[in-house]
Design a protein around this ligand. Sequence first.
Ligand code: GLN
Length: 481
Amino acid sequence: MNSLAFASIKEIKEKLDKKEISKEEVLRYFIKRFERHDGVIDSALEIFDEASILAHASHAGTLAGIPGIIKDNIVQKDRPITCASKILKGFTATYDSTATARLKKEGALLIGRANCDEFAMGSSGETSAYKTTKNPWDIDRVPGGSSSGSAAAVAAGLVPWSLGSDTGGSIRLPAAFCNLVGIKPTYGRVSRYGLIAYGSSMDQIGAFTRNVYDNALVMAAIAGHDAKDSSSRNVPATDYTKELTGSIKPGLKIGIIENALYAEGMDPEIASAVEVAIKHYEKLGAIIEKVKLPMIEYGAATYFIVSRAEAASNLARFDGVRYGLRADVDNLNDMYNKTREEGFGSEVKSRIIVGNYVLSAGHAGQFYQKANDVRAMIRSEFLQAFKSVDVLLMPTHSIPPFKFGSFKVDKLAMDLQDNFTCAANLAHIPALSIPCGFTASKLPIGLQLIGPDFSEGLLYQTAYAYEQSTPWHTYKPDNLD
Ligand code: GLN
């Protein structure tokens, strides 16, 4: 049954349909894979017991019998949830997020909780209060963050799919670092109900998989309007797998964001892999246009302000009264303070401090309002570009997966890992990262496709045509048999 490890969802479904294997056997197989490899990879905070996993899932559906793991900032009914923070230690979710409820309805087997950066704040996975997830392609390197465990589990073949969340790049960066397909859908495409808020105006749930078809399948299950999330958009969800023809849309125009591809600090191996991919799209029939989007260069700075402001507001609710940890102090004010002091890690604390500063009466105009103005300009620049091209293309990242501790001192350099991803969150538009090659030392490289609102189907179609005519998604990390 070794062949199941890196099998696609589609292949596992076929085996289940033909009754070559039962869903209990599939589940047991993947639980065993976690036992065998996760001592090294450290992708999961918890793997649930077999009987309870099966009891949560319906018997039929598009994902019946297919195990996946959920980032630990998305609630699963009657399961613990921590956001990889000490402050939520001991807290159990009382309801299902809309995404997990929909997956269960489609028969998916939710196998456990994936590690991540604390409250999804980070780019490397290193801010988790519990463990440090390794990159399956090189265990001395980070898997990318904040959805570190979700990405590493899929890359190591421990599960065929996972859910992550992406506020400034937390799905696409780890997808690129781990040779996966990862999508940040249009804001409002997937319900945020049950996703613990970080930057509410940007947070979206999305899927990690090892190929485009599987990604489209998982996203079709969770996308669509939800009355429980007021920012969910009432646009009908389509079966994205139907868009996967194997060819690109006739006459497809791809805009290459030149100022990103040739940005200062861009790793030359990444730039050349992306250049080769552009040539490949040309061969597939795409019309390539070079574009410049100068506003995206303000993306990271803008994101820095908006994300901290929203984080400070959202995290005010963790005060020891309602959830998880409570410091043992008599005086109420001291209890709040002590709980937050003990419960939050240093990254979270620094963001709360910066967030409150940029929102404070004396400074909000200078920082927060200005950031919102720039944000509107970023969106309008994208919309302008989509008048002349169908999709935009640029690298997902500027450097290959780095070693643990690389940015311990230079924290700003860590924040700049979001340079190429956070503009899509600020603009609310969908963006997809797909594998596009490896460096000479066999580290994955990711390519990003960005489209207008609700163009997920077009992004998948464009990605699939590339994937099916390139070998990248077929490579596997070593030592994970
Ligand atoms: N690295 C970014 C941050 O720390 C993005 C995080 C995310 O998308 N959740 O804010």
